[in-house]
Design a protein around this ligand. Structure first.
Ligand code: 13P
Ligand code: SF4
Length: 318
């Protein structure tokens, strides 16, 4: 199907501003969105902060500039609002690599284990999990499980391995990875660090071991942003999706942020799913109130229970 036409004389930023007010809509954006979308957003955050913002908003429409599982979480937590995602195809390699039927079969082979799922998964997987976590609260969620219980962790094996090291808890891991965070080159990172010996390497826990082993600081997107802009250091090599650098530069214009290099000569450190959302699609989705995210009520309620547990257990996590 052809994309609906946009009048070329329109100022899209002004139009988005006008429509946002007219429709009583709130624009929530993840740190990995294009900078032009970040500049228009009412709220920018990590997965946990965005879930809370979606739950608490009183706007009639939530426009979610992020990926599908994030918009789905917004709908699960705030079913009375209309939730729009500028591009419904904005998926996630972790969510795509963990289909509901295979996850349920995996669980069934470990009937006594507690299943913790990273929020980067479908509503179907959430519905079959005991507890959800994000990269901000994952340590706390793992530590909340009684010591004598076996833990299944899905779908990110890199985050899972890091959590095993951090908590000392053994876990059975689903073999999923993020296509963006597995792209960073160990060889090029060593060379970059040699050229910038004072730079601190900061990394998201979705990165592979060889990157995490070199990192001076590991954390969720919001923690990386905080560390990079408030710690005593001034130069950073950033091993996560490059979109986060928009906020780092805005908050600390005098500091230096160098994106960690991917193995290939590509823009593979940009999430191809996140980048499906564009200013044009944001405008169209506000104008036409579509594409809308919907889901069966039974699935929503089943997926909400482990998210509610997470929100309750991590109320003190920023
Ligand atoms: P954060 O929750 O740290 O923002 O991570 C989301 C994500 O998709 C990272 O790739
Ligand atoms: Fe998924 Fe990776 Fe994109 Fe995050 S960066 S949304 S984990 S594919």
């Amino acid at each position: 199907m052809d994309a609906p036409a946009i009048n070329p004389s329109l100022d899209l930023e002004d139009e988005i501003e006008r429509l946002r007010k007219e429709r009583n809509a709130v624009i929530l954006a993840h740190y990995y969105q294009e900078s032009e979308i970040q500049h228009l957003a009412d709220f920018i955050g990590d997965s946990l902060q965005l879930a809370r913002a979606a739950r608490d908003t009183e706007a009639d429409i939530i426009v979610f500039c992020g990926v599908h599982f994030m918009a789905e979480t917004a709908k699960i937590l705030n079913p009375d609002r209309k939730v729009l995602l500028p591009d419904l195809e904005a998926g996630c390699s972790l969510a795509n690599g963990c289909p509901g039927d295979r996850f349920r079969a995996w669980r069934a082979r470990h009937p006594d284990a507690v299943a913790i799922s990273y929020i980067n998964c479908s509503a179907e997987v959430k519905a079959a999990s005991d507890l959800i976590c994000t990269s901000s609260n994952a340590v706390k969620m793992v530590e909340s499980v009684p010591a004598d219980k076996e833990i299944l962790f899905a779908p990110d094996k890199n985050l899972g391995r890091w959590l095993i090291k951090e908590t000392g808890r053994d876990m059975i891991l689903w073999p999923g990875t993020c296509i963006v965070h597995e792209t960073f080159s160990h060889r090029k990172l060593i060379a970059l660090k040699a050229r910038h010996p004072d730079a601190k390497i900061i990394a998201h826990p979705e990165c592979e071991d060889h990157v995490l082993d070199m990192a001076d600081y590991i954390g969720s997107t919001s923690r990386l942003l905080e560390y990079a802009t408030t710690s005593e250091f001034t130069e950073f090599i950033v091993a996560t999706e490059a979109g986060i650098i928009t906020q780092m530069e805005l908050k600390a214009p005098d500091r230096t942020f160098i994106p960690a290099p991917p193995e290939a000569n590509c823009a593979c450190n940009e999430c191809p799913y996140m980048r499906l959302n564009t200013l044009e699609k944001l405008y169209l989705c506000l104008r036409d109130e579509t594409p809308e995210l919907t889901m069966p009520e039974e699935l929503r309620l089943a997926a909400k229970a482990p998210i509610d547990r997470m929100l309750e257990l991590s109320a003190s996590v920023k």
